[in-house]
Design a protein around this ligand. Structure first.
Ligand code: BGC
Length: 364
């Protein structure tokens, strides 16, 4: 009898402490490599700080993610770290707020919601600027002439992901002056900024799906870009960059010389592509640091401590816009992205971003 009571008490204590310290981690997808690592790093970081943690990936399907978040709430999570798919997550974020659960929007802002307070991400506008600068340098646009203009085509990320607008607008802030001068010509749709919704939609890639970008590139090559040779493609991330490069490689015109193609995420496959002279650049966002910072943020808020995140800055001035959900401006912390080309492939390697085996493949 005594033994049963003891076991019962143990079980109660266990479930109580589980609820006391449980962090639910909701990641959007696995078809973009980074999120697998993000989820695992977040879980490890939470456990290191003494929390119980569970991570779920939602296959780019918001109803699936909402179900996962709901199950975290049923398990009495104290905090949620959410990389959302689209604003359809708002309904469960509202439930979390009602249960007084701390919600941290992770990397992607949860749009149209006023039911949470914190967002941690990279300076996404700067990510785009770095992509634009990489094209500016690789094509030597400062010396380009209207008599022999360079040709570019534009791709953007998912229109359901608020980051996609910042990436695009950052890149266009660098490229637009050259387009206006006539030394850079856009082949295909040309939204000057993401505010041109109709044209942005034409260059956007629903849910960041590589096959969509590949098909669009193939169509461009056999239609709008048939009569020209493209010098550059603005690609918003590595997954899409590699799909675009694949399409170009199938076109005889580009067999000798691929266009300049940008990217983002420093994915291993793209690092190898850059090393081999195919993809031109990527943007390194140290997501291990982002994950640590997100867990520290959750920890400090849960413990009602003053928030201080080493390596991140509190967005102020015009950068506050990065945290504007449309219903509220949330407190936003920003980390710094770094442009990677063939010249500095070692930067993410030295930051410990890859497995030992991957690191050797990149640097040997
Ligand atoms: C992230 C990128 C990622 C993209 C596709 C964006 O929200 O910031 O790093 O490449 O989603 O998953």
């Amino acid at each position: 009898m005594k033994k049963i009571a003891f076991v019962l008490i143990l079980a109660m204590v266990a479930s109580f402490s589980f609820a006391q310290n449980f962090i639910g981690i909701a990641m959007p997808e696995t078809h973009v490599q980074r999120w697998v690592k993000d989820g695992n790093t977040l879980k490890a970081a939470a456990e290191k700080r003494g929390y119980t943690a569970e991570v779920q990936w939602a296959n780019a399907d918001q109803p699936t993610q909402n179900g996962q978040i709901q199950s975290f709430l049923t398990k009495k999570a104290k905090a949620l770290i959410v990389g959302c798919i689209n604003d359809g997550v708002g309904a469960v974020i509202r439930e979390a707020a009602r249960d007084k659960v701390i919600v941290i929007a992770y990397d992607r802002l949860i749009m149209k919601s006023a039911d949470y307070d914190y967002y941690i991400t990279f300076n996404n506008y700067k990510v785009g600027q770095l992509q634009g600068q990489s094209i500016e340098t690789a094509l030597d646009l400062k010396k380009a002439t209207a008599a022999a203009p360079k040709q570019i085509t534009l791709f953007a990320g998912s229109p359901t992901d608020n980051n996609a607008f910042f990436f695009f607008d950052g890149a266009m802030s660098i490229l637009n002056p050259y387009i206006t001068k006539g030394v850079l010509k856009v082949v295909g749709p040309y939204p000057k900024t993401s505010a041109d919704k109709a044209n942005f939609q034409r260059i956007a890639t629903e849910n960041w799906q590589a096959p969509i970008a590949k098909t669009r590139m193939e169509n461009l090559l056999s239609n709008d870009a048939k009569a020209v040779t493209l010098d550059a493609v603005l690609a918003p991330n590595d997954t899409l960059a590699r799909a675009i490069i694949e399409a170009c490689k199938a076109d005889a015109k580009y067999r000798g010389k691929l266009p300049v193609v940008t990217g983002q995420d420093a994915e291993f496959d793209s690092m190898i592509s850059i090393k081999n002279g195919e993809q031109t650049s990527t943007v390194f966002k140290d997501t291990s640091k982002l994950a640590d910072a997100a867990v520290l943020l959750a920890d400090q808020v849960l413990k009602k401590q003053k928030v201080a995140i080493p390596g991140a800055v509190l967005a102020s001035g015009s950068l506050k816009e990065i945290g504007n959900t449309g219903s509220k401006v949330v407190i936003t912390y920003l980390l710094d992205p770094v442009l990677i080309t063939k010249q500095n492939l070692k930067v993410p390697v030295d930051a410990g971003f890859y497995t030992a085996q991957q690191a050797t493949q990149i640097t040997r």
